[in-house]
Ligand binder design. Structure first.
Ligand code: HEM
Length: 217
């Protein structure tokens, strides 16, 4: 099927969401693992950031793939939302969900919140405009000075709750879209979605919490 026809079909957009979702989860897994280096001390995480800058092809390759994935993921989600609304122009008089739960119903607004978080996060820790004491290539200093301010830590912790919900439902639906949804694999599917949605946000929030309690200074 030519890409134009694939992209304009509803299932095509869902497949694009699933595939870009896999790319984004892959990046998030690598990012959370790298973040844990902060517990090995300033030298370890700062050296890691410096090492990445000696590999510009890898760094920019990852950035381009990531940006493309985020754009496709968000555009497909917005278009699917418009289609779903057009298919049901009058809202339910009484909303009684049949097959949804809190995580599936918050995908849209949770997704918007994560997008806003991501923009803030890049201005905060990568480019520095949103960080009052930013030092280029000093992630240990940037992270510890940022999270000493309780409301900055709170923004990150709240964003990681949104991430947990998004990852749970996203991982679960990705398999559905890709046709991996037989009753036999559903237990494994549910388990994998739970493991990813719990461990990844826990790994991320461990950093602001460690700064707040004085474990990292
Ligand atoms: C407590 C949670 C988090 C902390 C402490 C954290 C920390 C950082 C730091 C220090 C950087 C700058 C790295 C450098 O310049 O070498 C960074 C960059 C980045 N982070 Fe995070 N991060 C967190 C959560 C997230 C989440 C949940 C996402 C995705 C949804 C994310 C996506 C990114 C992206 C896209 C970049 C830019 C990478 C680049 O320069 O190419 N981060 N993060």
């Amino acid at each position: 099927m030519p890409f134009g026809r694939f992209w304009s079909s509803t299932i095509g957009k869902k497949v694009v969401m699933a595939v870009t979702g896999i790319v984004l989860v892959g990046y998030i897994l690598a990012h959370v693992t790298a973040n844990l280096l902060i517990f090995a001390g300033a030298a370890a995480i700062d050296a890691y950031a410096a090492k990445l800058r000696t590999l510009p092809l890898l760094l920019w390759g990852v950035r381009v793939v990531l940006l493309l994935s985020v754009v496709l993921h968000v555009v497909a989600a917005a278009q699917l939302a418009v289609r779903a609304r057009a298919a049901r122009p009058t809202s339910y008089r009484r909303f009684e969900p049949q097959a949804s739960n809190a995580t599936s119903r918050t995908m849209r607004w949770g997704g918007v919140a994560l997008l806003l978080f991501l923009i803030y996060h890049i201005l905060h820790f990568t480019t520095g405009q949103a960080h009052p004491a930013f030092v280029h290539l000093a992630p240990y200093h940037n992270v510890t000075t940022a999270f000493r301010v309780w409301w900055v830590a709170a923004i990150y912790i709240a964003a990681m709750v949104a991430l947990a919900m998004h990852l749970y439902h996203g991982t679960w639906s990705m398999f559905q879209t890709l046709g991996i949804a037989h009753a036999r694999v559903n237990v494994a599917r549910r388990r994998l979605a739970t493991i990813i949605a719990v461990l990844v946000p826990l790994g991320f929030v461990s950093v602001p919490i460690a700064v707040l309690v004085g474990l990292l200074r």
